[in-house]
Each structure stands twice: as C-alpha cells, then as structure tokens.
Design a binder for this molecule. Structure first.
Ligand code: SF4
Ligand code: SF4
Length: 123
C-alpha cells in the first residue's frame, strides 16, 4: 500500500493520526526556522502535493474560521492538532478506510497493491 498526503490541503486536524489503527501517520511542523521542514515531505507525495509553505486557498477558506475544538493550519502540533500529517508508514496500511472519511482536507491518497486509488472524502 502506498499512502501520501496532499500537504497544501492538510488542515492539521490530526483526525488521521487519531483513527489509524496501524500508525501510518505522523504529525510534523510545517516549517522550522522559517523554512519548509524537510520532515513534512518525508512521504511519497508527488511534487505538486509537497509542502512548499503555502496552504490551498479553497481548503483554507473552508476551515480557517471553523471553531470545532482543534487547530487548523497552525505551524506546530501540540499533541492534539496542528502541524500537518505525513504518511511515514504507508506500507503498514490495511485499508480499513477509517481515515478516508475523517480527513478535513480530503487530501489522503492511498494506492493499493492492485493499483486502485482511494482519496479521502470528508463525511
Ligand atoms: S485506511 Fe490505512 S492509513 Fe487509513 S486509517 Fe486505515 S490503516 Fe490507517
Ligand atoms: S485528517 Fe487530513 S486534514 Fe486532518 S491532519 Fe490528517 S491529512 Fe491532514
């Protein structure tokens, strides 16, 4: 299984990290020392899905002002939200699909071993 996050669309809600039973995801700071954090791009995301310091405008418009008890688009993770998600352990994915309905940014991409692709759609 291959899993990556379309980083500009990730709100940092941490829902993927919280629901995944096999610890595919890690939450990382977006930038460090004013520069893109290399760890934020440590999964298999293609070039146009890498974190380059700018969030997707349509996702930001949808979630920026939403007060649902967790951070959106914050630089750093505080243990419950913030930063962005990186699929560091995609090969462990068992395709339970729990993350696919919880992802605010609709930015989780999974390709199974037959080449079938899955993209998250928020519930
Ligand atoms: S589909 Fe894969 S990555 Fe998503 S929660 Fe399930 S095991 Fe984790
Ligand atoms: S659920 Fe989606 S938007 Fe939320 S942290 Fe994970 S990848 Fe980012």
């Amino acid at each position: 299984m291959d899993v990556y996050i379309d980083k500009p669309k990730c709100t940092g809600c941490q829902h993927c990290f919280d629901v995944c039973p096999v610890a595919v995801f890690a939450m990382k700071s977006r930038n460090v020392g004013g520069k893109v954090n290399p760890e934020a791009n440590a999964d298999t995301a293609p070039e146009d899905a890498k974190w380059k310091g700018v969030s997707d405008s349509s996702v930001k418009k949808k979630w920026d002002g939403v007060n649902d008890g967790h951070k959106h688009f914050e630089n750093d993770n505080d243990g419950s939200s913030g930063g962005l998600s990186v699929a560091l352990n995609g090969s462990a994915c068992i395709l339970c699909q729990a993350c696919l309905i919880e992802c605010e940014g609709e930015c989780i991409h999974i390709t199974d071993d037959t080449g079938t692709k899955y993209v998250s759609i928020y519930k």
